[in-house]
Structure formats: structure tokens, C-alpha cells
Design a protein around this ligand. Structure first.
Ligand SMILES: Cc1cc2nc3c(=O)[nH]c(=O)nc-3n(C[C@H](O)[C@H](O)[C@H](O)COP(=O)(O)OP(=O)(O)OC[C@H]3O[C@@H](n4cnc5c(N)ncnc54)[C@H](O)[C@@H]3O)c2cc1C
Length: 571
């Protein structure tokens, strides 16, 4: 990279430091290119840092080593069944390249994944679905290894941490909620608490990083090891073009404009527009009130690309990937959101109802399908918000939203209005203003299903995926239990997003395309900036970060293969 302060020249400029941009910059550097990574906020990580960090990549060595016999042909069959026929070759190339990318990163960097012991596909009754093997989880990472760079990693949303910044992974829930269930859980709890106490003496938050935070920390450590410069507070303003080719960009660094010239290309990885309610509501009906994705993911990449002729792909089943959220009041008077991903809805003894007090969906469905159910119901009966309804035993055992399992003092949550409490179902219906007869009837009918184990209305607990998130101790159906022990509780949930699905039209090497399908020379895209190959469907865990990293890799390889152009073209 040139030392010139006003003007910099590199092979590749990557814009946006989430999983996609960091992977693109890393692979570019590993392939011998001179790469620069620019991030508009003061920290790296974007939405990825708050995510589970799961990648859905069929047919990997890691999954075979974990004992799964996953065939690409089955994954293809599954995607065809969920999404329909592919409209371009990206799906096929994704399936073909995915295992290679996971191996490449494992071999050449700190980025390492392991297969979940079990994590079923979300539409588990479709042909080709598996009970596990496709989703991989990033290995936890010790943030202390980053030294001063630890502060550069964006923490996850506060709703995913406890005890002043301790990250809670899926495996930590059992020791935290039932520490005395076995000597091993008790030892695990002591180890977590000891580590957190030690961390808090030296760091602003816990350094035991898991999920998306571990992935970002691993990418950051790898970028540092390869000497890739990272500019924070560096926002892409506009692209520069000469003779029909993108030759660089103007970046506002700490408010001062700098020109970056590129010999090979610019990669857009600004995270789509899933963090901006305003941008989402250009496409989402009924409009959303909340976004869970990082606010910095505000559509900058697409906006800038469109000024140089890029096209958007918008014909998806849904413009974004959904999750239901509850509104969590903060002590300072603000409000956050808690995504109800997998911990509560599938457990036995909970139903979701609309304003008529009626169930409208299999509550154990994936977060995306649950919100699809809300939207369908809302077309005829108000279902925004929908209400999660359960009893005292349920919350004590499983928690609800922000309320952790095992927590006994719910007073603060009731006082803030997060949780509504009543001594009878009728009184609860009155408090949440849903039809009392409807709610009464729904609870009674559901309680009869709990006895027989068969939900005749919505099939809760009828698929592998439902049962995976239920409670295996519950018989005969791990997702069905009576709602019968007062007081009764309700919590409002609203539709929200994990990220956008529609985005820039691109080919399988991340080349940004015009409406006519022509590549724009020198312009690449990956991550949520690129239109999702899932086309607004949510087949399984990790279907956004998986493609983000695979197409980032492919874009970097395509950059390597791109002939260098004189950067002076940007003058
Ligand atoms: C709670 C939660 C859990 C999730 N779990 C998963 C999961 O397990 N698996 C999965 O596949 N998906 C998951 N998702 C979705 C997933 O996190 C996102 O789709 C994915 O992280 C997007 O990655 P990205 O690199 O494209 O964008 P991001 O990670 O959002 O990074 C984009 C970066 O670009 C920066 N940027 C924006 N504009 C500019 C600009 N003008 N100039 C410079 N920089 C800019 C942003 O500040 C940001 O840091 C989850 C989402 C949430 C909210």
C-alpha cells in the first residue's frame, strides 16, 4: 500500500468488516494481493458479531468427521424442495465450493469450525433434509489473544450477555439454569464464573468469545497475522469510475475524505440493509418497528453500487429474514429487542395467540416461519403483536425471552411491562386485550393436545426440528405441555429481521451485475449486500453467513485472477 496520505493505492479495497468483508480481505491477502479493509463504525463485526456464527455448508469434511453422511445431492434436493428451481448457477456453485472454503480457512488461518452434534434443517419434513452435519459452529476463541485489538471486536447485543459482559453460548445454558443437575454442570458453572470474575478485573467484558463473536475474533486475528490494514471509522462515500470500470472509492476517514485507487477491484460487504428500519420499510409490509441486525447495515453498498449501474434482485419470497422479538426495556429508559430464536417457543407449555385469542402457527417453527405465520394471520386478525402465553412452571423451567431459565424473581420484568401476569386466563386476556373466550378455548384445546401428544391444529412437535428445540424429558410430545399452574403470563412479540434477503444482483464470483446481466468491471459484492441465494426462504441455520463467506472467497479468487489496471484511471 502506498504511504501517500491523501491518496492510497491497493489491489483490492474491501468495504465493511463483517464475516463477508473480513473473509474477502483475508483470502485476498492469503492469495498475495494488497488488500485494504474499511469499516464505517469504530469496531469490526457488524451483525455477524451478534449472530450465532453458524454456517450452513453441506458436505464438509468436518461433518463427515463428526459422523454425518451428508451428500451434496441431498442438499441440492432439499434446497430445490424449499426454494424451488435455481434461477442462476450460484446455488450449484455454492454447494460445490462450500467444503473447499471451510478447509481452506482452517488450513491457512485461525478461522475454524466444528459440526454441531445435532442441528436439524428448519423444514425437516422436506425431501433431503438432515438432522445435522450441514451447520457448523465457529470454535470458541480466547479474546485475550488479541491483545489491544480485543476492544476492536464489536460485542454482541446486551440481550445475549450476562453478568456484565459474559457471552452465553448454547452449551452454557444448562450449567447456568440447572447448575445442580450433575457434578459436571456444577463444575462448568464454577469455571464460567471464575473466568468472568478474572476477566472483569482487566477487561470491559468477558474474553471467552463464542458464536459470531468468536468468528469475528478469529477473522481479525488472521487479518492481523497477514498484515492487512484495517481502517475503522472509514465510510464508503462513493465509487470512482473511469472508462466503464470501477477504479476506486472515496472514503470518509474520521470525517476526512480520502481517495483509494484499486488495481483490481472494490468489494462491497456493507451488510445489506437489515439494520435500518427505514430502508426495510421501503420493502416490508406491514411495516416493521424493529431491526435486530446491526444499525450500521443500512444499505450503503447497494445505494452506492446503483449509482454506477448495478441492479437489485427483489423477486424473493420475503425481502428479509425474519425473527420474532420482544421489546426489552432498559434501566436508562431506552428499549432493546430480544430475538426469540430457539430457546422458548418450542418448549412444552407455551402457545402463541392473535387478538382473537387463537393460535395461528406451530410455535416451534423456525423464527422465519413463525413470522411468516404472524404475517398470514395478521391479514385477517390483528397479530402484531402476537402474544406468547404460558404459566408459572414454564418460565421457572425454561425462561421466556430475556428472562433466563431458573430465574425466580420476575417482579422487575412485570413492573416494566415486559411480562404481563394474571391469576386466571380470563384476567390475562383482559390485560393483554385479546378475546377472552378465544384464549380460554385455545388453552383448553392445547392442554388436551398435551395429554395425547398430538397437536391436531398446527402439529407442534411433529418434526425433528420442533423436537430438537423441545424438552426431551417431556412425554409424550417434547413440545407440548399443559398450561395450568397460575399465575399465567403473556409476552408481546413483534416481527423483526436478522438481515436482508434482497440485494445486489451478482454472479457466482461476486461480480456485480447490471439489469441486463452484464458485470460491472472492478465491482464485487458478498454477504448481505448480495441478493441471497436462498431467495427469502430460510432452509436451515447458517444460511446467510455460509454464503457470505463462500462468495467472499470466490470474489477474492476472482480478484486474484483479474488483470491489474493502472490505478491512475481514477484521476
Ligand atoms: C441475533 C442474530 C443471530 C444470527 N445468527 C446467524 C447465524 O447463526 N448464521 C447465519 O448465517 N446468520 C445469522 N444471522 C444473520 C447474519 O448475522 C447476517 O446475515 C450476517 O452476519 C451478515 O454478514 P455481513 O458480513 O454481510 O454483514 P455485517 O456482519 O453486518 O457487516 C457489515 C459491516 O459493514 C459496515 N458498513 C456498512 N456501511 C458501510 C460503509 N458505507 N462503509 C464502510 N463500512 C460499512 C457495517 O458497519 C458492518 O460492520 C443472525 C443475525 C442476528 C441478528
Amino acid at each position: 500500500m502506498s504511504d501517500d496520505v491523501g491518496r492510497v493505492e491497493v489491489d483490492a479495497l474491501v468495504v465493511g468488516a463483517g464475516a463477508a468483508g473480513m473473509t474477502a480481505a483475508l483470502v485476498a491477502a492469503l492469495e498475495g494481493l494488497d488488500a485494504l479493509l474499511c469499516e464505517k463504525s469504530s469496531q469490526v463485526g457488524g451483525t455477524t458479531a451478534s449472530s450465532m456464527g453458524t454456517i450452513w455448508v453441506p458436505g464438509t469434511r468436518q461433518s463427515r468427521e463428526a459422523g454425518f453422511a451428508d451428500e451434496i445431492a441431498d442438499a441440492r434436493r432439499y434446497l430445490d424442495a424449499v426454494i424451488g428451481p435455481a434461477l442462476d448457477n450460484r446455488r450449484e456453485i455454492y454447494l460445490a465450493t462450500g467444503p473447499e472454503v471451510v478447509d481452506y480457512l482452517e488450513r491457512r488461518s485461525e478461522v475454524k469450525f466444528t459440526a454441531y452434534a445435532r442441528h436439524p434443517d428448519y423444514l425437516a419434513n422436506r425431501p433431503g433434509a438432515t438432522t445435522g452435519g450441514r451447520p457448523l459452529s465457529p470454535l470458541p476463541f480466547d479474546g485475550r489473544r488479541l491483545g489491544a485489538d480485543f476492544d476492536l471486536v464489536r460485542p454482541p447485543i446486551g440481550e445475549f450477555m450476562a453478568l456484565g459482559g459474559m457471552m452465553i453460548g448454547r452449551d452454557d445454558i444448562e450449567p447456568l439454569s440447572r447448575p445442580f443437575s450433575s457434578p459436571a454442570t456444577f463444575r462448568a458453572l464454577l469455571s464460567l464464573l471464575w473466568r468472568q470474575a478474572a476477566d472483569r478485573l482487566r477487561y470491559r467484558r468477558g474474553t471467552r468469545l463464542v458464536m459470531g463473536n468468536a468468528l469475528i475474533a478469529r477473522l481479525l486475528a488472521s487479518l492481523r497475522r497477514n498484515g492487512v490494514p484495517i481502517w475503522a471509522n472509514a465510510k464508503l462515500q462513493e465509487l470512482t469510475v473511469a472508462n466503464g470500470r470501477v477504479t476506486g472509492a472515496v472514503i470518509a476517514v474520521d470525517g476526512k475524505l480520502r481517495r483509494v485507487n484499486v488495481r483490481r477491484g472494490v468489494v462491497l460487504a456493507t451488510g445489506g440493509f437489515g439494520g435500518s428500519v427505514e430502508r426495510l420499510n421501503d420493502h416490508v409490509r406491514p411495516p416493521l418497528a424493529h431491526a435486530v441486525a446491526f444499525a450500521g447495515a443500512a444499505g450503503d453498498g447497494a445505494r452506492v453500487a446503483q449509482t454506477v449501474g448495478a441492479a437489485l434482485e427483489t423477486d424473493h419470497a420475503a425481502p428479509a429474514f425474519w425473527t420474532p422479538v420482544s421489546e426489552t426495556p432498559w434501566l436508562d429508559g431506552g428499549c432493546g429487542v430480544f430475538p426469540h430464536l430457539s430457546l422458548d417457543r418450542a418448549k412444552p407449555g407455551l402457545i402463541a395467540v392473535n387478538a382473537a385469542g387463537r393460535r395461528f402457527v406451530d410455535e416451534a417453527f423456525s423464527y422465519h416461519e413463525f413470522v411468516n405465520g404472524m404475517h398470514r394471520s395478521h391479514a385477517t386478525v390483528p397479530t402484531i403483536p402476537a402474544w406468547l402465553v404460558c404459566d408459572r412452571d414454564f418460565i421457572g423451567k425454561y425462561g421466556l425471552g430475556r428472562i433466563p431459565p431458573g430465574w425466580r424473581n420476575w417482579r422487575a420484568f412485570i413492573a416494566s411491562g415486559y411480562l404481563i401476569e394474571a391469576q386466571s386466563i380470563d384476567a390475562l386476556a383482559q390485560k393483554i386485550k385479546v378475546d377472552a373466550a378465544g384464549l380460554h378455548d385455545s388453552v383448553g384445546r392445547h392442554n388436551r393436545f398435551a395429554e395425547t401428544g398430538e397437536d391436531q391444529d398446527f402439529g407442534k412437535g411433529s418434526t425433528e426440528f420442533d423436537r430438537h428445540n423441545g424438552d426431551p424429558r417431556q412425554r409424550p410430545n417434547p413440545c407440548l405441555g399443559r398450561i395450568a399452574t397460575p399465575p399465567y403470563y403473556a409476552m408481546a412479540v413483534y416481527p423483526s429481521t436478522l438481515g436482508s434477503s434482497i440485494g445486489l444482483k451478482a454472479d457466482a464470483d461476486g461480480r456485480v451485475l447490471t439489469a441486463a446481466g452484464e458485470p460491472i468491471p472492478g465491482l464485487f459484492v458478498c454477504g448481505a449486500d448480495m441478493a441471497s441465494i436462498m431467495r427469502g426462504h430460510y432452509p436451515g441455520p447458517g444460511i446467510t453467513i455460509g454464503p457470505a463467506m463462500v462468495f467472499a472467497y470466490r470474489a477474492a479468487m476472482a480478484l486474484r485472477a483479474t488483470a491489474t489496471a493502472p490505478a491512475s484511471g481514477a484521476e
